[in-house]
Design a protein. Structure first.
Length: 115
């Protein structure tokens, strides 16, 4: 008895999901659909797009992304550390007092990374 053995090429790619906002996914899909309209080359995938940007990110790009994600909670720690480097250590109580009385306004405006 003869059996025909067929082998299939199984890719070793293991895919997982990435959480992105709904609007981000819509924007990426629009971009890929627009980009992949041509028939003279291979299709660009979401994976290829992300991989390309990860390989080509510069230090400046990373810094810009980090700055965009700063909140006032982060900025408070940053400003306090900067204050303590320049003016000396302060207690938590003293820091809150200066903050609430507006004594840090000029210093904060001069050194903040937020606009």
């Amino acid at each position: 008895m003869r059996t025909n053995e067929t082998s299939t090429n199984v890719k070793d790619n293991k895919y997982t999901s990435i959480r992105v906002k709904k609007n981000t996914k819509i924007d990426v899909n629009k971009f890929l659909n627009k980009t992949n309209r041509t028939e003279d080359c291979g299709k660009i995938t979401f994976d290829a797009l992300i991989g390309y940007f990860l390989e080509n990110l510069t230090k400046e790009d990373i810094e810009k992304l980090q700055i965009r994600s700063i909140t006032w909670a982060h900025e408070d720690k940053y400003i306090r550390n900067l204050w303590e480097k320049k003016k000396g250590k302060v207690s938590e109580t003293k820091w809150k007092e200066m903050l609430h009385l507006g004594k840090l306004r000029e210093f904060t405006m001069e050194h903040t990374r937020l606009s």
